[in-house]
Design a protein around this ligand. Structure first.
Ligand code: PLP
Length: 428
C-alpha cells in the first residue's frame, strides 16, 4: 500500500474544525485525519487515502463498517420511526438476547453511553448495598463520570487505596468515596476489602483491564471476596461484551459478576449501552418491587432507541453464526504474533499485550500486569509507531488494535509487512 497523500480539501476541513471545536477535535482520536467513509475493514479520508482500520470506531464495529445487514435493519426501522420514548419490540428483543447470552443478566436497562451505564451500575450497587464507597482498580477506565475518573491515569502514585481525580471539576467529596486497588494483586485488593467492607457499595473492574489480561485466579479471587462480604461485583464489559465471547468476559474467563455494563458491539455502531444484572439487584429499577426510597429513577430520552436496537440485533445475529469467534481470534492471533516477531527480530524491546480480539504493544522489556508496570512502556515510541502506521495506511487507536470479522488475510499480510517497514524506521 502506498503512503498516504494529504490534499488541500482535508486541510481546509481541519481548519474549519479548529475554529469551532476546542483543540479542533471531538475529544476522541486527535490524529491529522478527517474520515469520509468506511466499509468493511477499511476507511477513507477526505483526501481519498484508504486505510486498513483497526480503530473500528473504538470497538463497536466488530462486524466492520456499514455491514449490509446492519444497513438493512436500520433503514427498515428508520421507515417506521426513529425514537418513541416508550417500549418498543426491538428494545425488548435486544434485552431478551442479552439475557440469553450474558451469564449475570436476569434483567436489562438501556442507556446511551458507556459513561452513563457505569454511572448507573455503580449507583445501583450502592443502592442495593446501602453503602457509599466504590472500589475500582488503578488504571481502570470506566468512562467520564465523576466516580469513574479516579486514578485512571494518576500522576502521583499514592499508597493504595488512596484515589486521585483524573480531571478538574470533580468535587473533593467524590474522591473520598472511591477506593483504589492494584489490578491483578488479589492480596492487596482483599486486604482493602476486608478493612473497608462495611463502607463499600460495589467493586467495579474491567475484567480485561484496558489490554491487560487477568492473572490466573485474580477474577475468581475478587468474586470470592466480594461474595463473602455480599458486595456487588460489577464487570465493566463495555469493551469485552460480545467481543471476547458471545457471553463476554464473564463467559471467556468463567467468572460471573452480579452486574455488568455492555456497550460498543451490542449496539452495532449506534449510541446504546446497557446495564444487566441479577434479578434481586435490578429490582431497584422497579418501583413496584422496592420501597419508594429504594427505587432508582432512570429516565433517558433515547433509552432503548429502536434504530440502535435494530443495529445491535443485526450485529448479534452475525456474531452468533458458527465459527465467528474462532475466525476473529485466528485473525487477531496472526497479527499479534507478527507484531511481536517483528520487534523481536528487530531487537526493539516490546511486549504485545492483550487478547487476540484487542491488543497493543508496550515498548518495554518488562512484563506488563497492572497500571504501574505499564508505565515502563515508552509512550513516545508508541505515539511514533501509531503515526508511522497512519502514514503507511493503517489506522488504529492510541492504545489498541481492534479486530473485526471483516479483516481479511490480505489485510493481515499487508499490515504485517508494514510492521516490518516501521521496525526498520524505528531501529534507525
Ligand atoms: C471499559 C469502558 N467503560 C466505559 C467506557 C465509556 O463508554 P463511552 O465512551 O460510551 O462513554 C469505555 C469507553 O471506551 C470503556 O472502554
Amino acid at each position: 500500500m502506498t503512503k498516504v497523500n494529504k490534499k488541500e480539501n482535508e486541510r481546509r476541513i481541519a481548519n474549519r474544525a479548529s475554529r469551532v471545536l476546542p483543540e479542533g477535535s471531538l475529544g476522541n482520536l486527535n490524529y491529522d485525519l478527517i474520515i469520509e467513509r468506511g466499509k468493511g475493514s477499511h476507511v477513507w479520508d477526505e483526501s481519498g487515502n484508504e486505510y486498513i482500520d483497526y480503530l473500528l470506531g473504538s470497538g463497536p464495529l466488530i462486524i466492520g463498517h456499514s455491514h449490509d445487514e446492519v444497513i438493512e435493519a436500520t433503514i427498515s426501522q428508520l421507515q417506521k420511526g426513529t425514537t418513541f420514548f416508550a417500549n418498543n419490540e426491538k428494545a425488548i428483543h435486544l434485552a431478551e438476547e442479552i439475557v440469553s447470552a450474558v451469564p449475570c443478566a436476569d434483567k436489562v436497562r438501556f442507556f446511551s453511553t458507556g459513561s452513563e451505564a457505569t454511572l448507573y451500575a455503580m449507583r445501583l450497587a450502592r443502592a442495593f448495598r446501602e453503602r457509599d464507597k466504590i472500589l475500582k482498580f488503578e488504571g481502570g477506565f470506566h468512562g467520564m463520570n465523576d466516580y469513574a475518573l479516579m486514578s485512571m491515569t494518576p500522576k502521583k502514585l499514592y499508597e493504595f487505596p488512596q484515589s486521585e481525580p483524573d480531571s478538574p471539576g470533580i468535587p473533593k467529596s467524590v474522591q473520598s468515596e472511591v477506593l483504589v486497588a492494584p489490578f491483578n494483586n488479589i492480596d492487596i485488593t482483599t486486604s482493602i476489602i476486608e478493612e473497608h467492607h462495611d463502607e463499600i457499595g460495589g467493586v467495579i473492574v474491567e475484567p480485561l483491564q484496558r489490554l491487560i489480561p487477568p492473572a490466573p485466579g485474580f477474577l475468581q479471587g475478587l468474586r470470592d471476596v466480594t461474595q463473602h462480604f455480599k458486595i456487588p461485583l460489577i464487570f465493566d464489559e463495555i469493551v469485552t461484551g460480545f467481543r471476547l465471547a458471545y457471553g463476554g468476559a464473564q463467559e471467556y474467563y468463567k467468572v460471573t459478576p452480579d452486574i455488568c455494563t455492555l456497550g460498543k458491539a451490542v449496539a452495532g455502531g449506534f449510541p446504546l449501552t446497557a446495564v444487566a444484572g441479577k434479578k434481586e439487584i435490578m429490582e431497584h429499577f422497579d418501583s413496584k418491587r422496592v420501597d419508594p426510597d429504594q427505587h432508582l429513577l432512570q429516565v433517558g430520552t433515547l433509552n432503548g432507541n429502536p434504530i440502535a436496537c435494530a443495529a445491535g440485533l443485526a450485529t448479534l445475529n452475525i456474531l452468533k453464526q458458527e465459527n465467528t469467534y474462532e475466525k476473529l481470534f485466528e485473525t487477531g492471533s496472526v497479527l499479534m504474533r507478527a507484531l511481536q516477531d517483528t520487534f523481536d527480530n528487530a531487537q526493539i524491546p516490546a511486549q504485545v499485550v492483550g487478547e487476540p480480539v484487542l491488543f497493543d504493544v508496550f515498548f518495554t522489556d518488562h512484563e506488563v500486569y497492572d497500571y504501574r508496570s505499564g508505565l515502563n512502556g515508552n509512550a513516545q515510541s508508541l505515539t511514533e509507531f501509531n503515526q508511522l502506521l497512519l502514514t503507511h495506511g493503517v489506522l488504529k487507536g492510541a492504545t489498541k488494535f481492534y479486530i473485526s470479522t471483516k479483516h481479511t488475510q490480505k489485510d493481515v499480510q499487508v499490515t504485517a509487512n508494514i510492521f516490518e517497514q516501521i521496525a526498520e524506521i524505528l531501529k534507525s
